[in-house]
Design a protein. Sequence first.
Length: 372
Amino acid sequence: MGAFFIWANFYGSYYRIQKWGIGGGTKNKNTKRYEKCFPYWEKYIILKIVKKLTNTEDTMKDYIIGIDIGGTSVKLGLFTIEGELVHKWEVVTDKSNNGSNILNDICKSVKETLEEQQIPIDNVQGAGMGIPGPARSDGYVETCPNLGWRNCNPAKELSELLQIPVFVGNDANVAALGELWKGGGKGADTMVLITLGTGVGSGIIMNGEIVAGNRGLSGELGHVTVNIEEKEACNCNNYGCLEQYASATGIVRVANRMLNASQKPSKLREFDTLTAKDIFDCAKEYDEVAMEAVEKLGEYLGRTMASVTFTIDPDVFVIGGGVSKAGEILLNVINKYYKRYVCLSSQMGEVRLATLGNDAGIYGAAKMALGK
Ligand SMILES: [Zn+2]
């Protein structure tokens, strides 16, 4: 069956050369031999039968497109189906008229780029798209305030514009898929990506697939309540969310609060506008207040990760976002508390750093385009 499959793939590439004069291989002695053996219509029928038998009907194209729509720009990537990034570019997110121009702009830009790269759209298997809001697995979007979208199906709309299959997911979930495919989660089957940026985002992948949930709320770990004593409200109007302690703005808030509550000498007092990086840098130099703020982050995040372990027991946690640049000190403090709160097993999920940075979204979106 293996040899048959290889032959079928080879034959598929050959068929494309004949039809469009592009991609997938070069004409050689063997292809010429096949050319002699079978006239055109026979080749077509044989190829169809082979595709059906080997279930490779939709996997014989060479490229996929990953799209990551953000509030200010849309990142796009043209990939080979093996996941090699061929070309990366960006367009401005036009949010005027409730974001009604966004998909047309993407379509125009994709077509222009394919033309530049001399790749026909027929050789693109599909596109995936990450959006900054909840998305159902059928592509339906109830509301996406960051883009102005309401009750629409951007997957269906872009698919009609480009004439290729399009899949849509929440950007954090899509980024998680990217890290699983080509980044820090490589080799894992079930993985949770936690991004520590301005807020705390997360995406859950189970058995290689995004877990979107019924309303797209799955993986909103940033708004898990970790401190019921908290008096200050989170952006979501709840109190004591993980995001209030473990995001870049959260750790600054915690450190400022500690500085105001005591007279302890601290290097942090020397900064006009404190950043998460300043706190981690000072913690590395054993500044007491900075270390306390880092410990607080580790405690709340580690405890949340333990709860996630008791829920889905992932192979790997991948930590991304700007705060993850702190590196080893962050991993150490997360591991310390994560291990403290996980029980019942001596083994637990591995904690790793993300490796794809801002490209995780386009990688994950491209992976979606491959379908199941
Ligand atoms: Zn919240």
